[in-house]
Design a protein around this ligand. Structure first.
Ligand code: URA
Length: 274
């Protein structure tokens, strides 16, 4: 059994989960889901990339200054993404945003969780997957989707030849763990949404996959049943959004994995056209 087959078996999808054939892409040959390179101007080095390289300090300072300047130049474009009251200004760059979220006290959730969970992955990713809120394991580890639902998400990514951290960024609507597996309230989600909006602006993904109803409704600002939102291409400030089931729901209802696979195939199609 090869690795792809093992992944599909793990997902309960083998052998029926195959990508649809297109004239360019025969069935069985899973697509390369990395689209064309981003324009050079859009490729700003992230904070980590700059700081981990072993270069003389002045080179690092130089690179960091260039990064900050590039970030500042892009700020103007980002402004329309975030709908924030005058009393609250969401940070504009990654370093500031990370600090702001760590320090956030905008709702009561922070008092009940161990740490904030901003997101994980490639900060220039083409793919962005958005869930609801951290659970207990995410709260412990400070990373989204590391529990059972996260393992399933990793397998779903692998099924379309993606890997956590490589061209993929994973985040949640809410950055603090709600108590006792509650859904975040509308108020809590609203307080946290500017952070997600800024993450999206900074990443500028080519496709967003909203996992579950909380992610879909908050991102799209639409009401409706999840099944009505699936299978339709939505838009978030010009970025295509595909809605699918939350992996935790798929763990409870494995039969829905077939529809989740359709959603992933749809997202791959969208990415190929991006
Ligand atoms: N569920 C989510 O929506 N996000 C996580 O990070 C973990 C579980």
């Amino acid at each position: 059994m090869d690795r792809d087959e093992a992944i599909l078996r793990e997902l309960n999808l083998y052998p029926q989960w195959t990508l649809r054939a297109t004239p360019e892409q025969p069935v069985g040959d899973v697509v390369a889901v990395m689209p064309a390179e981003k324009p050079a101007a859009a490729v700003a080095q992230s904070e980590e990339q700059v700081s981990v390289q072993e270069h003389p300090a002045d080179e690092v300072d130089h690179a960091y200054a260039a990064y900050v300047a590039m970030e500042a130049a892009r700020d103007e474009e980002r402004l329309p993404y975030v709908d924030e009251p005058a009393s609250f200004q969401v940070a504009k760059t990654w370093p500031e945003l990370k600090q702001q979220v760590r320090d956030c006290q905008r709702c009561d959730l922070r008092a009940g969780c161990k740490q904030t969970v901003l997101g994980v992955g490639d900060e220039q990713a083409d793919w962005m997957f958005i869930g609801e809120a951290p659970g207990a394991e995410e709260d412990e580890r400070g990373e989204p989707f590391v529990g059972e639902a996260g393992k399933l998400l990793d397998n779903m990514l692998a099924a379309i030849k993606l890997q956590r951290g490589k061209q993929v960024y994973i985040a949640n609507v809410v950055k603090c763990r709600p108590p006792e597996k509650h859904n975040p309230s509308t108020e809590q989600a609203q307080q946290c949404l500017p952070y997600l909006a800024r993450q999206i602006e900074l990443i500028q993904p080519k496709v967003i996959v909203a996992l579950g109803k909380v992610a879909a409704l908050n991102l799209l600002g639409e009401e409706g049943a999840l099944d009505e939102l699936r299978g339709v291409l939505h838009d978030y400030h010009g970025i295509p959004v595909v809605v699918s089931y939350h992996p935790a729901y798929l763990l409870r209802r494995p039969t829905a994995k077939a529809q989740a696979w359709q959603d992933l195939c749809f997202a791959v199609d969208v990415m190929q056209q991006a």
